[in-house]
Design a binder for this molecule. Structure first.
Ligand SMILES: Nc1ncnc2c1ncn2[C@@H]1O[C@H](COP(=O)(O)OP(=O)(O)OP(=O)(O)O)[C@@H](O)[C@H]1O
Ligand SMILES: [Mg+2]
Length: 240
């Protein structure tokens, strides 16, 4: 379980997260929507300890992410993160790219790392691309490779930050389908997205962020069907 308690985060004088409270249970899919600069990406980077926080607490299965002495490398094996774009190593094949972290971080033998990489690349529909170089793949295939790379670490939680927003509209669907598959398999996920139909379809709960505040959270039916907060209403009207 991921527990976020009254988290505040500033970059210099700018307070970007203004007291965020959110608990994500095992198996739950929570999507975060909201305008540019509302703090969505910052929250994800705080959850896996890439950024420090100013106050409050984030715990993952009881481990305080920002406590002194927390083993962040160990924590990040448990919490995978996929960003808008991942720069794969161009001189390594798709298979080699996905094998890298299991080899280097988990210290697995080559055969074992390869077995895991093949399994995860097959899982995301890239079985045919193992020996291809990343720049020979479409943007959608590259994003699915990035997802396979994260899955190869056997995470228990996955954080996705607008993984489709750099893609040609034609390629968005295949990546969203991959996320949906993971959700259906029971992966615990927090997805920042601007794909409203996707959020409505896969989420257990949808959170709307506005200027560093989680203005509203509810089931997709509640949030999209009957938004309570005027800022949520205005945002949804602007994206429809
Ligand atoms: N490393 C940083 N240093 C200084 N300011 C930052 C940094 N990262 C983010 N910010 C600022 O924090 C605010 C929130 O940024 P964040 O990236 O979390 O927004 P977001 O909701 O993800 O927006 P978008 O939808 O555009 O991705 C913005 O005003 C941004 O300029
Ligand atoms: Mg962002």
């Amino acid at each position: 379980m991921i527990e976020i308690k009254n988290v505040r985060k500033s970059f210099n004088a700018l307070e970007v997260l203004k007291g965020i409270n959110l608990t994500v249970n095992k198996g739950e899919v929570v999507t975060i929507i909201g305008g540019s600069g509302s703090g969505k990406s910052t929250l994800l980077t705080c959850i896996n300890g890439l950024e420090p926080i100013n106050s409050g607490q984030i715990t993952i299965d009881g481990t305080d992410v920002h406590a002194k002495g927390t083993d962040l490398n160990k924590l990040r094996r448990k919490v995978g993160i996929v960003f808008q774009q991942w720069n794969a190593f161009p001189h390594l094949t798709v298979l080699e790219n996905v094998m890298l972290a299991p080899r280097k971080v988990l210290g697995l033998a080559k055969e074992k790392a390869e077995e895991i990489a093949v399994k995860q690349l097959t899982h995301v529909g890239l079985r045919e691309k193992l020996s291809v170089y990343p720049n020979r793949m479409s943007g959608g295939q590259q994003q699915r490779m990035a997802i396979a790379r994260a899955l190869a670490m056997s995470p228990e939680y996955m954080l996705f930050d607008e993984v489709t927003s750099a893609l040609d509209p034609m390629l968005v669907g295949e990546v969203l389908d991959t996320l949906k598959m993971l959700a259906e398999e029971g992966m615990t996920m927090i997805c920042v997205t601007h794909e409203m139909a996707f959020a409505r379809d896969v989420s257990d709960r949808v959170a709307f962020f506005h200027h560093g505040v989680m203005a509203e959270i509810g089931t997709p039916d509640q949030l999209f069907g009957a938004p309570q907060h005027p800022d949520t209403q205005a945002f949804l009207a602007s994206v429809r």
